[in-house]
Design a protein around this ligand. Structure first.
Ligand code: MTE
Length: 321
């Protein structure tokens, strides 16, 4: 554990410097898997230039079987990678798959800022290799009343937060996505970019909260939020920020992009709640799985109430929406 931590933080080099990839090469216990991945990477980029419409960024990811998985029918990968919300790459659902090839996911670093013992910058590959990557099949419910079942690959965000060593005064963590106009020319002007979201610390530390690097056993397609995103299966999908470049620890509830855009509809908590529909009912959802898209009832906390309801005991969730 200590060894991994040293490599992730780059403790032996000046804090201004990012952990070099060489450190990861020597740290990994599975060098052969790494080399295989590197080979696939090279082949993958050649294929990408020949097939501009493929799901960019995907390559095999080594995973172990994780907890909390549903056995419900999974959404076919082709649907999960072509029906997306990633407004930085265009608003219609099919646009991110067409446009996100412009997202450059290497080199990529993640900043840790705010109320932490030591602010730092981390290389994405060191982050991915910090803990075993688990496969977890979660329900994924968008506030637009569609849902999917996706096998995500990642590890509990709590593992990374413990590594970050937040100060006791830190009560929240904010997630900031990449915003680069050159890579994202389709981003509509009327949003307060970069995409920003946040959680209360106990929500962020909950074992269901997944720091996600892949799906379907492969690294994330760019349109799904490569190279790292959050997945929160009991919340509306917009809480799950994509393509994260910064984790900011704070004592104040972070402002969020969707709340700034429409505060009556999109609250800070955004727990899936069939009783709180604003422009339309949230009682039912259109499930996109391996069968024909069909309607099913929406469950409180998207069916994860046994695990998460206690986080909100004593709170009025119609007011704290
Ligand atoms: N993150 C960023 N940076 N930009 C976005 O537009 N859309 C959110 C969320 N994360 C979004 C984002 C919304 S509304 C949803 S429903 C999910 O991503 C969709 O994730 P998916 O496309 O992988 O299904």
């Amino acid at each position: 554990m200590l060894i991994r931590k040293t490599h992730l933080s780059g403790e032996n080099i000046p804090s201004s410097q990012i952990t070099p990839l060489e450190a990861f090469h020597s740290a990994t216990t599975d060098r052969r898997a790494f080399l295989a991945r590197a080979g696939v990477l090279a082949a993958g980029s050649a294929a990408a230039s020949m097939l501009p419409r493929r799901a960019f960024g995907m390559e095999p990811l080594k995973t172990v079987s994780g907890q909390f998985s549903t056995t419900e029918a999974q959404t076919p990968i082709v649907r999960a990678t072509t029906y997306n919300n990633f407004y930085e790459f265009g608003v219609p659902k099919d646009q991110p798959a067409k446009n996100a090839h412009t997202l450059k996911t290497r080199p990529w670093t993640v900043q840790v800022t705010g109320m932490v013992k030591k602010p730092q910058t981390i290389n994405i590959d060191d982050l991915i290799n910090y803990r075993p990557v688990e496969s977890r099949v979660y329900r994924h419910r968008c506030v637009e009343a569609w849902s999917m079942v996706i096998p995500w690959d990642g590890y509990s965000l709590s593992e990374f937060i413990n590594f970050c060593e937040p100060l006791p005064s830190a009560k929240y963590v904010a997630f900031i996505s990449l915003y680069d106009r050159k890579q994202m020319p389709e981003a509509p002007d009327d949003y307060n970019w970069p995409y920003h979201e946040g959680l209360r610390m106990d929500e962020a530390m909950h074992p269901l909260t997944l720091l996600t690097f892949g799906a379907y056993g492969q690294t994330l397609a760019n349109q799904n939020g490569a190279p790292a995103r959050i997945v929160l299966p009991w919340k509306w999908g917009y809480k799950s920020a994509k393509s994260i470049v910064k984790f900011h620890f704070t004592d104040k509830q972070p402002s969020t992009l969707w709340n700034e855009a429409n505060s009556n509809e999109y609250g800070f908590y955004s727990n899936v709640n069939p009783k709180r529909g604003v422009r339309y009912s949230q009682e039912r959802e259109r499930r996109i799985d391996s069968g024909f898209p069909h309607e099913i009832p929406t469950q409180m906390f998207n069916g994860y109430g046994d695990q998460v309801a206690s986080l909100y005991s004593g709170m009025d969730l119609m007011k704290n929406y």
